[in-house]
Ligand binder design. Structure first.
Ligand code: ADP
Ligand code: MG
Length: 255
């Protein structure tokens, strides 16, 4: 057994390994030498003050923004060289802050249009609604608490329901890493609880990377928390540990 082999065996098997990642916008480093490792089946929450670089980290992982330096490995594949579309196909789904569902389509149609096969050469809505697709849509609708609203048009959903629908539109593609940017912003207390429940349900077989400000929600969902400040990791660990870190209290939680 050679040294390489031994190192290979010892290297922990992370789903996502971000190493020494930097992005510079005209000399300003929004993300600065950041390293972050996410396990399989982990719910990781990124917190931190406004402008800390949280959204930019998701933009880098999903290929929307190109890294200036550093590496992002997903299941061993280097993502920094891939296009946004290739990154989706590799198994990463990303939800932006504002819901972007189709208001004039029903819940069923919104899910159907997001089903991977829907993106065939024949266009999104022309493929046969076979049993497999319908079953999958119903399964997802149940998961996102919209089973009784399948025929409702998007525009008639509450803000929280729109957020769930958009999560459903990602889930139907069965991503191994799901990234959510402030998913409970604007939600009622009961919707937040249900969203936490939803994340715990979907974690089997995948990992979730969430940006959030609501500490109660973070406490409900996070396996581990990463605190970002000025594009760098300020603190990392369990919620308990991070919450009691004087550096975190000073720059974030104290306000
Ligand atoms: P957060 O999500 O933590 O609030 P962001 O990642 O949105 O922070 O932004 C981090 C910093 O990077 C901010 O100062 C923001 O103005 C800057 N920034 C983000 N994207 C760009 C961009 N495309 N060009 C220039 N500056 C940017
Ligand atoms: Mg942001």
């Amino acid at each position: 057994m050679n040294a390489q082999h031994i190192i290979g065996q010892m290297a922990p098997d992370f789903l996502l390994s971000v190493e020494a990642l930097t992005v510079s916008f005209d000399g300003f480093k929004a993300v600065d030498d950041l390293s972050l490792y996410v396990d399989k089946n982990e719910i990781r929450v990124i917190i931190g003050p406004n402008g800390a670089g949280k959204t930019t980290v998701l933009d880098l992982i999903c290929g929307r923004t190109k890294a200036t330096e550093g590496s992002i490995k997903f299941k061993g594949t280097e993502l920094t060289r891939l296009s946004e579309n290739q990154i989706v196909l590799a198994g990463i789904g990303r939800k932006f802050q504002t819901p972007s569902i189709y208001e004039d389509l029903t819940v069923f149609e919104n899910l159907e249009i997001s089903f991977p096969r829907g993106r065939s050469v024949f266009g999104a809505l022309t493929f046969r609604r076979d049993r497999e697709v319908i079953d999958r849509i119903e399964e997802i609708a149940e998961m996102i608490f919209l089973k009784d609203d399948l025929e409702k048009r998007g525009e008639y959903l509450s803000h929280g329901q729109k957020q769930w629908l958009e999560i459903g539109m990602l889930l139907i593609q069965d991503p191994e890493l799901l990234m959510l940017d402030e998913p409970v912003a604007g939600m009622s207390v009961s919707e937040r609880k249900r969203t936490a429940e939803l994340l715990h349900k979907i974690i089997k077989g995948r990992s979730v990377l969430v940006i959030e400000h609501d500490m109660k929600f973070v406490e409900d969902i996070a396996h581990r928390v990463t605190v970002l400040h000025q594009g760098k990791v300020l603190s990392e660990g369990s919620m308990e540990r991070v919450k009691n870190d004087p550096k975190v209290v000073e720059v974030y939680l104290g306000h």
